[in-house]
Design a protein around this ligand. Structure first.
Ligand code: F6P
Length: 548
């Protein structure tokens, strides 16, 4: 690490020393030596518990990590974010997803203007509209109730709403069905529309910029589908827009009165708390949408007030930095043991990787250290039967977050007890492992011959010492979900501060978009003049010949 600030340099050097001192220590030993370890390293907020004891650290490491957070100014930068400072430096914008769920309603200022008024106005508009759709006051053009709600959006205008809607499926109004079209692949629209009735379908076009090619192309296709069936006059009753860009919404042909506004101080991947959450409010009701905001607000308050060493997002962030920058572990896995949370890993991929996948720091220097890790995951127990082999015995260590509700919405027979026993067993297995001697003894007990034991014992052994966090909640309800999402948002924020990067732009997605615009006319046979590398040229040629 090379920084200009000597205090930060010192904190990093100290962590280097801590790493050298500590890196050979095994978690098994730490647990054996300290029977209070789990209690010491468990944090709680309402019914949410974070057990981070199964990580590679001791008191001295934690102290060195919290010192790093202090000298990097985590607390000061956190306060700047909450107060509306323009911390998104490359876009000169405030970062105020927290204002969207500021349930205290205390003023938050951007450029000297309190933004709470406009936020509350949009929330009120969302409440009215979602109630009207749910209870059949706002109806389709032919007078039928709108029961099929289709969100057209991509990235942050899709992943948050789809993840939350799925997570809260148990709370959906009985006759409301939600659909999501995001991919430009025509299959997404075709497969969704084929079963829908235009008379009962409401389209929500969600796009912060209203310039995203995937969303506009999908919206155009859906608009045509509706107009072909019901005529142009039906559009006002079947299309609403969620955006910051009134001009483009109008230009597209959606009545600006049907537009729910948000603002450039809300990042796309942080926008589910804004008008982008409209489909959530329609599906689960506005009261539940408010509970989601309440949960996030409770985590915001915790993040703002808990001391660094008792602060959930800070602790998760620091452990991530510890693995990433000192152990050289650049992967990270999230496994919710709940079918309703199956889209959480995909949501977190955008949140974390689009925020912290950066290589230039806030002072314009190429960074000389690793930033955001690669994230993957999926719902347990399914993933135990796919990639967990690598987590247990692969040569790469992958820290895991397990997320588990104590109570299921579907307590059928033994299902949930089996699920619970599995998630706990995975954390235990990763941490404890199984020595070669233990494996050999087990084989002996199973009646294997000495020859078989000698051959099999290493295959049956587990190195262990593999880290995991366990996030335990009572039940997946809107409040708890709000807490979990905000927990991850703030974790990502803290890591961004420590790496001195801007977590709130996404310039890395632009080059591909730019080049696609060059290639499109070539695929369409409208232009041939552009030079590409020989591989791209060749592929264009092949595609064109296959499509003839
Ligand atoms: O992938 C880039 C990105 O800008 C994301 O950050 C954003 O969530 C997504 O595209 C969609 O953008 P929009 O809401 O403007 O259509």
């Amino acid at each position: 690490m090379v920084y200009l600030n000597p205090d930060i340099d010192k904190a990093w050097l100290n962590l280097n020393k801590e790493y050298k001192r500590f890196c050979k220590t095994d978690m098994r030993t730490l647990f054996e030596k300290d029977e209070k370890r789990a209690l010491k390293y468990t944090l709680a907020l309402d019914d949410l518990t974070l057990d981070y004891s199964k990580n590679r650290f001791d008191e001295n490491v934690l102290k060195a990590l919290t010192d790093l957070a202090k000298v990097c100014g985590v607390e000061q930068k956190r306060d700047e974010m909450f107060s509306g400072s323009k911390i998104n430096s490359t876009e000169n914008r405030a970062v105020l997803h927290t204002a969207l769920r500021n349930r205290s309603n205390k003023p938050v200022f951007v450029d000297g203007r309190n933004v709470m008024g406009q936020i509350n106005d949009v929330l009120a508009k969302m409440k009215k509209f979602s109630d009207d759709v749910r209870y059949g006051k706002f109806r389709g053009y032919t007078g039928k109730k709108l029961t099929n709600i289709v969100n057209i959006g991509i990235g942050g205008s899709d992943l948050g709403p789809v993840m939350v809607c799925e997570a809260l499926k148990k709370y959906w109004l009985k006759d409301i069905h939600c659909y999501f079209i995001s991919n430009i692949d025509g299959t997404a629209a075709a497969e969704t529309l084929k079963d829908l009735d235009p008379e009962t379908t409401l389209f929500i076009v969600a796009s912060k910029t209203f310039t995203t090619i995937e969303t506009l192309t999908n919206a155009k296709t859906c608009r045509k589908w509706l107009v072909d069936a019901l005529g142009e006059h039906a559009v006002d009753k079947h299309f609403v827009a969620l955006s910051t860009n009134k001009e483009k919404v109008t230009e597209f042909g959606i009545n600006p009165e049907n537009m729910f506004e948000f603002w450039d101080f809300v990042g796309g991947r942080y926008s589910l708390w804004s008008a982008i959450g409209l489909i959530i409010a329609i599906a689960v009701g506005f009261e539940n949408f408010e509970k989601l905001l309440d949960g996030a607000f409770s985590m915001d308050e915790h993040f703002k007030t808990a001391p660094l060493s008792k602060n959930m997002p800070v602790m998760m962030a620091l452990l991530g930095v510890w693995y990433n920058n000192f152990y050289g572990i650049h992967r990270y896995c999230v496994v919710p043991y709940d079918e309703y949370l199956k889209y959480l890993p995909a949501y977190l991929q955008q949140l974390d990787m689009e925020s912290n996948g950066k290589g230039v720091d806030k002072d314009g220097r190429f960074v000389k250290y690793s930033t955001g890790p690669a994230i993957f995951g999926g719902a347990g127990t399914n993933v135990q039967h796919s990639f967990f082999q690598l987590l247990h015995q692969g040569t790469d260590v992958v820290p895991v977050d397990f997320i588990i509700p104590a109570i299921s919405h579907n307590e059928i027979g033994e299902h949930h007890q089996i699920l619970l026993s599995n998630v706990l067993a995975q954390g235990e297995a990763l941490m404890l492992g199984k020595t070669v001697a233990e494996a050999a003894a087990e084989l002996k007990r199973a009646g294997k011959s000495d020859e078989e034991i000698a051959f099999l014992k290493k295959y049956k052994a587990f190195t262990g010492n593999r880290p995991s966090n366990t996030i335990l909640l009572k039940k997946i309800d809107p409040y708890a979900l709000g807490q979990i999402i905000a927990l991850y948002e703030h974790k990502v924020f803290v890591q961004g501060v420590i790496w001195n990067i801007n977590s709130f732009d996404q310039m890395g997605v632009e080059l591909g978009k730019q080049l696609a615009l060059n290639i499109l006319p070539e695929i369409q046979g409208k232009s041939f003049a552009i030079e590409h590398d020989s591989s791209t040229m060749n592929l264009i040629k092949k595609i064109k010949s296959l499509r003839k």
